[in-house]
Design a protein around this ligand. Structure first.
Ligand code: 5AD
Ligand code: SF4
Length: 460
């Protein structure tokens, strides 16, 4: 360990020894899977420094909100929740409240906190995780406002992690984004793309599988550009093949894929694998070529559909899901109809739908709206209603088939297990608490728009 990080630890330990109780820390993450994954590292660092983790902010000595910047509405909610911590701080002025993650990278947010929420003394940008100990110590030593905002490098491979689940684990393969979609704030708050080495990823995944993890979720803003810039360049399909070769019983999932970089090689790798999900989250965002161009997405709807056609040509049941933004500033009703045609053609299993939210500093934030908010809400309603019908009809293709299913939760009232199949579909099946965390064989008996239902098959 570096000399100054040893000194920092000693400094914090000395402060914590003056407490008359066990020091406690509360970390709450908001937003995407990558943020939750970072949250597990914040927890690891705090535990390593001597804090006990707590779910109760009222009893904490450190509270970190690890928040997302992608949409304005979620941000306002976090600001509201930070404000609600003031009475806790007033009762315990030694409490350190911090904001970290993408939201902390926004200059306007930092200015607002400094002005109106001065009890939020710690600001840590996405990618400045390692700076947490020294920032805490600085505040304990009297600094009123400490900001650490680097995001150029990769997190230290040795950072401790407190995993939330004993059978599902997230593993980042790359950080940052180079794409600058015109609506998106991520490239500004997470910096340029940088990949972990395949050796580091493989070692982590192998370790998790040896510990009995059943689902590995590989994460990156655009996993399909994984490996660019590494000393020995390697593509994402090659990384997947290396991971798939690790012995064990597990699923590999990944997100997100950018359609401009997803290839038939990726699909072939998935279909020929032992462990990789037979499902691809391929965010199209919109069906109109004009809007896609204005979004700077670098593909057309025809190009997007080529990969769908290629896949369904060899695997007709293969499932896709997508993110869709409704109400991009220049979206007209005709553009929206292109999106409706897209969902009709692809028959997605599932859609993650978002009303466009202007983010300051992005190109789209300068574009005037051509539709009213009522028209946009109405489009969203129509999109969701049609998608429900499509999901239900398409999910029925699994009735009568036996699938593999990871049981994630058990509801003691209904006696039902809830989890996901290798095809990425939510499934419910009767079972017991002991089944949670296991990969089971289930025969699908029914399908609704949001889930399949099934019956467990005895292990042969
Ligand atoms: N407004 C609405 N949705 C957005 N997304 C990204 N930026 C915005 C925005 N400004 C959505 C995209 C992306 C998903 C993670 O969030 O659909 O794929
Ligand atoms: Fe945002 Fe586009 Fe990068 Fe995804 S690919 S994080 S939408 S800029």
């Amino acid at each position: 360990m570096a000399e100054n990080s040893m000194q920092t630890r000693e400094g914090i330990r000395a402060v914590l020894e003056t407490f008359r109780h066990t020091p406690k820390a509360h970390v709450q993450s908001f937003g995407c899977q990558l943020n939750f994954c970072d949250g597990e590292k914040y927890k690891g660092i705090l535990q390593d420094l001597g804090y006990e983790l707590t779910e109760t902010p009222e009893e904490a000595d450190v509270i970190l909100y690890n928040a997302c910047a992608v949409r304005a509405h979620a941000e306002s909610r976090v600001i509201g929740r930070l404000g609600a911590l003031k009475p806790i701080y007033d009762k315990n002025p030694r409490l350190i409240v911090g904001l970290c993650g993408c939201m902390a990278e926004e200059q306007e947010v930092r200015a607002l906190l400094k002005k109106s929420y001065p009890f939020v003394k710690l600001i840590l940008g996405a990618g400045a995780m390692e700076r947490l100990p020294e920032s805490l110590l600085a505040v304990y030593r009297g600094e009123k406002h400490r900001e650490s905002l680097e995001f150029a490098g990769l997190p230290d491979e040795t950072l401790p992690t407190v995993r939330t689940s004993s059978f599902q684990a997230s593993v980042p393969v790359m950080y940052g984004c180079n794409n600058f979609c015109t609506y998106c704030i991520v490239p500004y708050v997470r910096g340029r793309e940088r990949s972990r080495t395949p050796e580091a990823v493989e070692q982590e995944v192998r370790g998790l599988i040896e510990q009995g993890y059943r689902e590995i979720l590989l994460l990156g803003q655009n996993v399909n550009s994984y490996g660019r810039g590494l000393q020995t360049e390697i593509g994402f399909p090659e990384l997947l093949r290396r991971l798939d070769a690790i012995p064990g019983d597990y699923f590999i999932r990944f997100m997100s894929s950018h359609p401009k970089d997803a290839t038939p090689e990726l699909i072939d790798t998935m279909l020929h694998s032992q462990h990789i999900e037979h499902h691809l989250h391929l965010p199209v965002q919109c069906g109109s070529n004009r809007v896609l161009k204005e979004m700077n997405r670098n593909y057309t709807s025809e190009k997007y559909l080529e990969l769908i056609d290629y896949t369904r040509g060899i695997a007709p049941d293969f499932g896709f899901s997508s993110d869709i933004i409704v109400g991009f500033p220049t979206e007209t009703e005709a553009d929206f109809q292109d999106t409706m045609r897209m969902i009709e053609y692809v028959r997605y299993d599932n859609l993650y739908t978002f009303i466009y939210s202007p983010r300051s500093g992005t190109k789209a934030a300068e574009m005037p709206f051509v539709s009213s908010q009522e028209e946009i809400s109405d489009r969203m309603r129509r999109l969701l209603a049609r998608q429900r019908e499509i999901s239900e009809a398409f999910n029925r293709r699994f009735i009568g088939k036996t699938v593999r299913f990871l049981a994630e939760k058990f509801d003691p009232d209904t006696k039902l297990l809830l989890g996901k199949t290798r095809e990425g579909l939510v499934l419910e099946a009767p079972g017991s608490e002991q089944d949670v965390g296991k990969l089971l064989h289930v025969t699908v008996t029914d399908a609704k728009n949001w889930a399949l239902t099934g019956e467990q098959q005895p292990l042969i």
